[in-house]
Every structure is written in structure tokens, then in C-alpha cells.
Design a protein around this ligand. Structure first.
Ligand code: ZN
Length: 200
């Protein structure tokens, strides 16, 4: 199983981190070992003083595909949910400064939280939000994506064969921030709660 992630896919988030808005999707990957086994508990790793939450809509792929054409792209989506792309922002910033790959800041063990899956409806925009300790800290709607699901699936499958069960994290809206021990992160997709995670 591969975990694809898309960076800077909401204008307001690209701006908050002072990054330019990309002209084509920014793709990176997390290894399968990044999957947070118990989505109810996240342990802050020792190597970072500044781990951020990023809520994102996640697509699960239904079948294998290569160089997928736009008309068929959405047929490759099995189910959807929201999750967190945990990011060691301090580690990432240092790597970015040097122009180095940022894998260790994004792909460490447990960095990919996946919520419970919902049915995917092709024509329906997805509303989602993250609450930290009972307050909304991030909210978004998939109509605000710079590159929509079709564009992402076509782009990713140009370079990588998509396999059944692969995940695509579609990017985070503005409002990312630090997690602290004792925080509670609750993610919603539409009206449904997808995860409730304790930070330790
Ligand atoms: Zn992200």
C-alpha cells in the first residue's frame, strides 16, 4: 500500500506557510509504516519540538491504474475519509532551507492518521473540519481545492502505478498548528465524526 500526499492544495494554506501556489500538484509519499495503527492515540516523537496537525480528505483507491484519463479518474475512488498528515514542522523547515527531501519530517512512524471510511458520492462536495480541544481549528470544502480529485488521480498515475488500497491525502486548508500532550483532535467529514485522537 502506498500513501500519496499532496502539498499546498488550498490557496489559504500555501499563503499561511509563505509558499507559492503551485502550478501543478506537489506530490510526496509516506511509507506504509507511517500509518498510525491506533487512530485514537498519537505519541509526539522525541525528535521534534513542533509537530503540526494537518487535516486532509483522504481517498482510498478501488483498483489498479496507470496514466488514468480524466473521464475515468473518479471511478478509481473507493471510499473517503479525513485524517491527519502529522508533520514535524521544525525538521521540515530545516530540510526545506537546504533544499533537501523532507521524508523524515513527513513519513515517520505514526505520521498518517486515517479516520473511519465513508461512502464516496461523485457529485457531492465534501465539507470537513478539525476540532482541537472542542474548538474548530481547521475547516474546508473540497470545492476549494486548487487541484481537484480528478486532476490529482491523473497526475499521480502519470508517474506511479496506482494500486487498489493506495491512499491519497489531498492537502490541508489553513489553520495548521502545533499539537501538545493532552490535546484532543476530533475530525469530521460532513456531519460524521471520523476520528477522535488523544495526543500523548
Ligand atoms: Zn499535508
Amino acid at each position: 500500500m502506498k500513501i500519496f500526499c499532496i502539498g499546498r492544495n488550498y490557496v489559504d494554506h500555501a499563503k499561511e506557510l509563505k509558499n507559492p501556489v503551485p502550478k501543478s500538484p506537489l506530490v510526496f509519499m509516506k511509507p506504509p509504516t507511517a500509518l498510525l495503527k491506533d487512530p485514537n492515540v498519537f505519541y509526539i516523537p522525541d525528535f521534534s519540538e513542533d509537530v503540526h496537525y494537518e487535516i486532509e480528505v483522504i481517498l482510498k483507491m478501488s483498483k489498479n491504474g496507470k496514466s488514468i484519463q480524466p473521464a475515468f479518474a473518479l471511478d478509481y475512488i473507493d471510499t473517503v475519509t479525513v485524517g491527519i498528515d502529522f508533520t514535524a514542522r521544525d525538521v521540515q523547515s530545516k530540510l526545506k532551507e537546504k533544499g533537501h527531501p523532507w521524508e523524515i519530517a513527513k513519513g515517520f512512524d505514526g505520521s498518517a492518521l486515517v479516520g473511519s471510511w465513508s461512502e464516496y458520492e461523485k457529485e457531492k462536495a465534501i465539507d470537513f473540519r478539525l476540532e482541537k480541544n472542542g474548538k474548530i481549528v481547521q475547516k474546508g470544502n473540497t470545492t476549494e481545492l486548487i487541484f481537484n480529485f480528478t486532476r490529482l488521480i491523473c497526475h499521480v498515475s502519470t508517474y506511479f502505478t496506482i494500486q487498489k488500497g493506495d491512499l491519497i491525502y489531498t492537502g490541508t486548508p489553513a489553520g495548521v498548528g502545533k499539537v501538545n500532550t493532552g490535546d484532543q483532535l476530533v475530525g469530521f467529514i460532513g456531519a460524521d465524526q471520523a476520528f477522535n485522537c488523544q495526543i500523548k
